[in-house]
Each structure stands twice: as C-alpha cells, then as structure tokens.
Design a protein around this ligand. Sequence first.
Ligand code: GLV
Ligand code: MN
Ligand code: MN
Length: 420
Amino acid sequence: MLPKSESLSPLPQRLEHDLEELARIRDPESGGWTRTMFSEPYRASREWIRSRMVEAGLDVHVDGAGNIVGVLAGRRPGAPSLVTGSHTDTVESGGRFDGAVGVLGALEMVRQLNEHDVRLERDLLVVDFLGEESNDFGLSCLGSRALAGELVAADLDRHDHEGRRLGDRYSAFGLDPAGVLGAVWSRSRPLHGYVELHVEQGPLLEERGAPIGVVTAIAGIERLLATFAGRPDHAGTMPMGDRRDALVAAAEAVLAVRREGCGAPVHGVATTSRLISEPGSANVVPATVRMHAEMRSVDTAWLSSATRRLADEIRAKAEGYGVDVDVQWSTDNVSVPASGEVHEVVSGAADALGIAWEAVPSGATHDAVHMARLCPMGMIFVPSRGGRSHCPDEWTELEHIVTGVQVLAATVLDMDRRTR
Ligand code: GLV
Ligand code: MN
Ligand code: MN
C-alpha cells in the first residue's frame, strides 16, 4: 500500500544544506556561480552529485554521453521507467538554483521514498544531464540531446571561439566521442514519462501569486549569426557619407532584433548577445562585424515569420550603408508542448495537496525538450524572485522549493501507478 503523497514531506534543512554545499563548488575566478561545461569546478561538482546520489540510495553510473544517472529500482524490472532530473552546470556568473533545484529536489524526494519504505512499481531514474546551458558550440542540452539521438557525428566537429573541437573537449573530459553518439536511449530503454522540477526564471508566478507553475510548452530557439562586411578606412579622413561602416549596419540590426521581439502577439523574445568588430582600432572605420543573436517563442508560426522578416530588414538596412551581410539562422531547438497527460497529473497533484498553480509557458530551454522525444514530458516550476535568473541575484525561496519537491513526489507516485 502506497502512503498518501502528503506524508512525503521534503526536509527543508536537508535541501538547504545540499543547495549550499553545491553552491560552494564554483569557479573562484568568475563572479556569481560559475560551473560551465567541461570546466574543473563542473568536474568537481559532478563528483559531489555522484556521491550524494549514492548516499540517497541510488545505483549510480555515468552513461556514454556523460549524464550521471541514479537508479531507484522498482518492483517490476521490465516496466517502462520514470525519469526526473535537471542539470548542475551554470552559465558564466550565473545563479545557485537554475538546474540545481531539479537535481537536488529529486534526491530529497528519493530520500523521502526510501525513508517511508515506498517502493515504486517502475524504476525511477534521477539524471544530472551533462552541459544543459548554451555554449560556444551553439548546442545547448548536450547530455539530453545525445540520449534523444539528436547529437550527430557532424556536431563533434563544431568549434568554439578558441578553435577547440567539441569531440576533443569530450575526450579531454574523459568521455569517448563515439560513446557519446552511441548513448541514445530510445534503442535500449522504454520510458514511461519525464517530469522536471525547475525554477521559473521569469516573473509570471510571482506576479500571479502562485507557488507552482505547470508548464504548457517550452519555447523554440532560433540562433542568428550575421556577418557584416564593410570597408576599413581612415576614421579621421573618410567623409561620413562615403563610409561603409559594418558596425553601424550591425547597430541597426541590434535595434531590429529588439523591435521583432517586442512585436510578438503571444510570447516571443529576441536578444543580441555579442558583436565582434574588426579591426577594433580607434582610428579605423569598422570593416567586419560578427553578430550573435537569438529569437525564442512557443508560437512556432510567429517565430518562423519573425526570423524571415528580421533577415530581410537586416539586409535592407545594411545595403543602405553599403555593407554586405551574410545572415545565417540555426535552430537550437524547436518549440515543444508538454504532454497533456503529465500536465493533468502535475496539476492534479497540486490540487490534491491544496497548492495553487498556474499554467505557464517556458521561455527558457530545458533538457525536457529532448526528453519529450522519448516519452511524455512535463515540468513543474517554482517562483524566481523578481523573475531574475542567469545572474548572481537569482533566488528562489526554500519554502517554494520544498513545495515543488512535494508536487514532484506526488506526480511521480501518480505516474508510477498509471498504465498506458
Ligand atoms: C538555458 O537556460 C536557456 O534557456 O538557454
Ligand atoms: Mn536550467
Ligand atoms: Mn540556464
């Protein structure tokens, strides 16, 4: 007989302790909390996570793609498994909660299950996915992407801005690149469902006064690389009207990116993150600029029309300044809806616990995008103070994290019993 999910009460002190311990492992040279993919602090934090998983009673291994997988064996060994988890890498100078809450919250849930002698029917896999955050290789969610079979051999030949090859970075981190490509789960393992607990990273829950968000869909991401080719000239002598200034054309493009983001009817955002201007001398008119930007939306139709409109506007503006521009878009991930069934289970779990919830879209991307290729997927959000994230000020109240773990546990118990 399974206990009521209400009796599984995550311990705030234990969660707080784990969050604090993990937060200690960070790059001392960078601001905020920095554990970027393949870095030494990330390696150290993964060792710590691994040992915490073992202490929580999980059977732990690192798969070919570098994901740390802790298995809580169920009663029925052949039954399709349940999966939960998140990530423990961070952006440069990020916060303490993005990703960490989903991994450490899942561990607290496992401890609760074990302490209450609750045996699930199916195996529960708790995963710390490798390298979720965006990186210089232009691919986020490397670990879950590999599991879903979305990482291909050509991706290993991608290079970062220092000219390092992704395949070589895997090797230096102790992962065989062939093993990374071979780590696809769908071939070997039937899955019952995936549910991820995460901080919202936006302001909606706080604005609406709801402690829980049930995710409706995760935004698609289109990344832009625009290369502007103007002409280098003497900055003191070339008359203004005769210049072909690549940086001025790029500046127009930055404003066009913002305008498109502001024009989305449902949900959409657009951000320019980097301009690299050459030659970069005070007395030379900028000759070339590389501009990196992205657009995101859960509205697929808007996203594809907005990328086309933006490309046209960038070209037209550049032409006006006598600058050539090459515009390239690449899809990081397409927008993915959450499963209706998992949505129903999560919201039903919150209702049963008497916890208010709101249906919200996710503008941030998650490993859940790729897990959705393998099984029904859902996400549980907890509020982020001031909607802030990817910065040292990122904060989520412990009480909200505890509530999130309660809803996660109730969701897992309900999904475990369901057959399909
Ligand atoms: C990851 O947090 C992303 O949304 O890029
Ligand atoms: Mn995250
Ligand atoms: Mn993030």
